[in-house]
Design a protein around this ligand. Structure first.
Ligand SMILES: C[S@@+](CC[C@H](N)C(=O)[O-])C[C@H]1O[C@@H](n2cnc3c(N)ncnc32)[C@H](O)[C@@H]1O
Length: 307
């Protein structure tokens, strides 16, 4: 298997994440092990990194890559199961939790993964192939209104209704099964100059919906804050505004000491501040990194510390 994926914001990730060089860490998005490998380089021999990836190819590749590395514990799990990993490994708390969200360059460029409109592939978009519903299922069976809502809510696509209408018109007596069939339908109703952006927004929307990415991210963030040791760090790299907004809002919420309505004279909630934000503004890659790895251009890193 030919692998290419360049890890993003490596130095920044290490600097924010690693506090105790003999600590216990969690890499939620193992991928091809680029970040895990970099963390291992600065950690001591008695440190541990538990890591998850739902994608079988990524997991199998990394299992081989780290076969002789006793500090690494790998799980072909969804990262929302971080608490199960902690239980299985008998970890009380983590010193650092890291997530590099989205998909890898390998997933994007490998036609078998079906993640991109640029390659001819089956319309699938599941990271975890054991999930029941794939992108073709919903394109062929969801109502026009539901499809439009998915394109609008998860792709921020302004032409969502027009595109959903065309899909529903074209699928009468015909099953849309491949990326190129969907692409052809979309490009019919979108002016040439906007086509690439629209296509990437529609594929992003389908991917987010099929993999339930946003609610899984919320669950993961919530469990992560609970599972961090005092002084431990959480570092999240996101690649689009919907993900980044969830991370930003969750971090902000976790800094609050009270969520009672303003008119309450005294606090009646039990809410306690659980983190301190370390990145007032998200960290973006430097132009040098983007020049070497254009896919880094949309990356935003946010970090926080458990208090
Ligand atoms: C951007 S890549 C990570 C690349 C990795 N940092 C590296 O350097 O090789 C994101 C990875 O996270 C995985 N992933 C996405 N959502 C996931 C989830 N909910 N649970 C587990 N893995 C997930 C994807 O399958 C993909 O391999």
């Amino acid at each position: 298997m030919k692998i290419h994926h360049t890890p993003v914001l490596l130095k920044e990730s290490i600097n924010y994440l690693v506090t105790d060089k003999s600590g216990i860490y969690f890499d939620a998005t193992l991928g091809f092990g680029g970040h895990t490998e970099a963390f291992l380089k600065v950690l001591n021999e008695d440190a541990v990194i538990a890591a998850t990836d739902v994608d079988k190819d990524a997991f199998n590749f990394s299992r081989e890559k780290f076969a002789n590395e006793e500090r690494v514990k790998l799980y072909n799990f969804n990262f929302s199961e971080i608490d199960s990993v902690a239980k299985i490994e008998s970890f009380g708390f983590f010193d650092g939790i890291f997530a590099d969200l989205g998909v890898s360059s390998f997933q994007l460029d490998n036609p078998d993964s079906g993640f991109t409109y640029r390659e001819e592939a089956k319309l699938d978009l599941r990271m975890d192939k054991s999930k029941v519903v794939n992108a073709a299922d919903l394109i062929n069976s969801f109502s026009e209104e539901d499809l439009a809502d998915i394109f609008y809510n998860f792709g921020e696509e302004r032409n969502s209704r027009k595109i959903a209408r065309e899909i529903c018109k074209q699928r009468i007596g015909f099953k849309i099964e491949t990326t190129s069939q969907l692409t052809e339908i979309i490009t019919k109703v979108i002016p040439f100059k906007n086509q690439n952006k629209t296509l990437s927004r529609i594929f992003q929307a389908l991917r987010i919906y099929v993999n339930d990415e946003l609610s899984i991210l919320e669950t993961f963030l919530d469990k992560s804050v609970t599972l961090l040791k005092t002084g431990g760090k959480i570092v999240v790299i996101s690649y689009h505004s919907l993900e980044d907004r969830i991370v930003k809002e969750k971090f902000k919420y976790e800094t609050l000491d009270c969520i009672c309505p303003k008119e309450f004279p005294v606090c009646k909630c039990d809410k306690k501040r659980r983190i301190k934000i370390l990145t007032k503004k998200p960290i973006a890659p430097l132009p040098e990194e983007i020049a070497l790895n254009p896919r880094a251009r949309s990356a935003k890193l946010r970090a926080a510390e458990r208090v």
